[in-house]
Design a protein around this ligand. Sequence first.
Ligand SMILES: [Zn+2]
Length: 162
Amino acid sequence: MNYLIRQRKKDKKNEYLFELAYAILRDIDEGYDAQILTQIFEMKMLNLLGLYPVMDRCAICGETEGHFDFSSASDGLVCHRCFERDPYRMHLPENVVKLLRLFYMFRIDRLGEIHVKPETKAWLEKAIDTYYDEKSGLYLKSKKFLRDMSKWSGILEKKDED
Ligand SMILES: [Zn+2]
């Protein structure tokens, strides 16, 4: 019985992963920014890796209003009132923190057009890399897989031409 429950949980995880990957690939195919989609995928993958950063309030004091930074040490958002309590926070620009929050929280099927400046993308990549590095032992394996995913869009296009 335990085995069955475990198996069902596993199936659900795989189903979620498949649906997520499918949605991302479809969006890449439709011309959405592959790098941004990969970053959305990376944020959404965290739960599957057993990571649950607090992204809807300050991870230290619980406040929902204010200026926010992101921190692996506090495992989520840190508000300006708590900046001094977390010397390891990432010092991210506020728009980058907002995007991280958006990528983590929103439903992928509600994706509208997102235009992100190259420098913001670089910040996002740095923040996500840092978080994966510091929090996840699965970093290398999953990261390579995710980064390679942006190359898959070409595969779908080729299939259409056959
Ligand atoms: Zn706080």
